[in-house]
Ligand binder design. Sequence first.
Ligand code: ADP
Length: 399
Amino acid sequence: MKTLVINCGSSSLKYQLIDMNTENSLVQGLVERIGIEGSILTQKVEGKDKYVIEVNMHNHKDAIKLVLEALVNKEHGVIKSMEEISAVGHRVVHGGEKYSHSVIIDEEVIESIRDCISLAPLHNPPNIIGIEACKELMPNTPMVAVFDTAFHQTMPKEAYICPLPYELYENYGIRKYGFHGTSHMYVSQKVAKVMGKDIKDLKIVTCHLGNGCSLAAVKGGKSIDTSMGFTPLAGVMMGTRAGSIDPSVISFLVEEQGYTMSDIDELLNKKSGILGISGVSSDFRDVLSESEKGNERAKLALDIFHYKVRAQIAAYAGIMGGVDVIVFTAGIGENSIVTRKESLRGLEFLGFRIDDEKNDVRGKIQEISTEDSKVKVYLIPTNEELMIARDTVKLVKNN
Ligand code: ADP
């Protein structure tokens, strides 16, 4: 059974074709600059040359058409016909309060995703466009929506209600939703498996540190708190996002310094975080190398980043009444040796020590705490696409 996983951004589309009998990813592809001059599709298949198509794609339908062509391409593809794709799993960023699980996509589901547009104006519209384009091009293939917010729907009210007038929650749905749920779920389940433990018996802090960063407190397999909030802007500092700050900074900038709300939006989402502090880049690699060369602002950006992550890990260990395992994942979590060490510095009182030799690793499953540590620390590469494909197969089979 081959499942196509689609993740549509505003001008990009990531895809994978996964053979669910073996759970092997057969193809990984990326379409960039959809609707912009210079659209490009890049597809990777193990054992074959990289396949690149540069042709203008006006919209997501054009892009998906090209993806399907690339998949069946005689020389560069992996399937003979589209009929071999038995289901499509779509990543959808916001499912609001309605979806605590993945669902088979029908008209009602599309409408509900549309209803959540005001909560995720940048993300849900391209997700819907991707779903509709697939529906048109592959009308008989079942499709499933997997929501970034779903895993966090188990949070208790004390974690998700904002301390604002309660009517704002009732009238506008203002609350913490949390994001990266598919990743937090995948790595928490995976680490339990690797440790040979039942997830029901574990208190886990998962640290998803990529361009966007969030942490989650996962107790007994359920998310009980997470650092992102009403939108993916809240929580720890990120590549270009500020994370949580005193909201009065906004009224100060608007009223005293003449900023508009759209300036503020741009400032908090695109110009802050690692980029804003370092003045170098939002890419962690650039900032690490500048810091090594003695750039003080780059070093400060890293110090703040590690401090925020450290404080969040400690908070989650606190609310769970302890922690059994801390997991690092995503681009920075999987690759930055310094980040894993520095984010945990001073937290050894929780019951672990880091083994520097074991921590000297990138992108593979690895325990990085010493053998005698009571609390374990792991690097677990995330695999949101596999999680989406698993949910897709499960739902399609039971339908
Ligand atoms: P996204 O949230 O877009 O999926 P990723 O999970 O791919 O992002 O993470 C991207 C981040 O990971 C970037 O800041 C990048 O610099 C960082 N990263 C990738 N490789 C390394 C590395 N070898 N060392 C440090 N950081 C890395």
